[in-house]
Write a protein that binds this ligand. Sequence first.
Ligand SMILES: *Cc1c(COP(=O)(O)O)cnc(C)c1O
Length: 363
Amino acid sequence: MVKQSYPRIEINLQYLKENVAAIVKKCADCGIKISGVIKGTTGIPQCAKMFQEGGVYGIASSRLEQIEDAINEGIDLPMLLLRVPMHSEVDEVVRLCDMSLNSEVSTLELLNEAAAKQNKIHNVILMADLGDLREGFWDKDEMVKVATRVENEWDNLHLSGVGTNLGCYGSIEATADKLDELVAIAERIEKEIGRELEIISGGGTTSLPRVLLGDMPKRINHLRVGEGILLARDLDVFYGLDMSFMHQDVYTLKAEVIEVKDKPSHPVGKISIDAFGHTPEYVDRGIRKRALIGVGKVDYGSIDEIFPKDKGVEVIGASSDHTILDVEDAEREFKPGDIVSFGINYASIVYVTNCKNVQKVFV
Ligand SMILES: *Cc1c(COP(=O)(O)O)cnc(C)c1O
């Protein structure tokens, strides 16, 4: 196996744990339990462990292999599958997860059979689509009917509650009104089945503003939070919330300089297409000092998602395995072998932690 030190993603586990604990505490003060969503960090078991140590109620992921890794790491918390199950995976869902989010009768039937075969009771949260238009029941009468079937008909399923997801496809804000709609659906179901639901799951990171601003509907008692713990950037940048109580630098991408030269800033010759078939705009700024580093779009996705920590350094372009930095105005002199550090966005955290070419280093 090739031994490489760079590119690497440094993950500050202590910061991660402190972020988990901070969100768990704020939510606990509002009577809300947190399932820590580990998909944003590709379910890295060391990170999943920090969710546990930070005090989450459970662990959640969209992907079964990440939940299995967490179990193998010795994490014995309720495991929640976030992505509505595929028919082809129901046996594994029941084997690995205590609970799943659901929206299809045919899948619930298969989950019930799988649970019967494994002598288990599988817990179900039914999803309501409140307008964001990804998963969930659109017809709420149908949802109430299916809820009563889970309650009465399928012996190896237990109806734990209801949930919703907002701010994913349709960019719909998790306002107090939207979450009141979810509570109203829960209460319709409770009336039908004659008992209280254990869980009313009000969404992910985009529902945290309700907690932080103090207008979360009382009966919401569960959230599934990933980004707001791993990065804590979206609520700051997009919602203008003060997130200074969180570490926004749990993840640092580091890459090595492989070439430093003065070159023209505008390509020389007949312009056609770049490595990805596009023709970007090139601004002519004359001759500039540039550093080439050994990391590229295959590793982190898009150059808009990475932010050099050095003042005066600008990311001007990239191909699959190379990134070009303008270092003309940098505060230090770059030479081959030097290391450059970047803060990265959620999408890039997902990519770099998924990439076997990027070393994972825990600090
Ligand atoms: C990914 C996901 C979450 C967590 O989203 P964050 O924005 O990372 O908090 C919650 N619920 C569902 C259904 C998801 O797919």
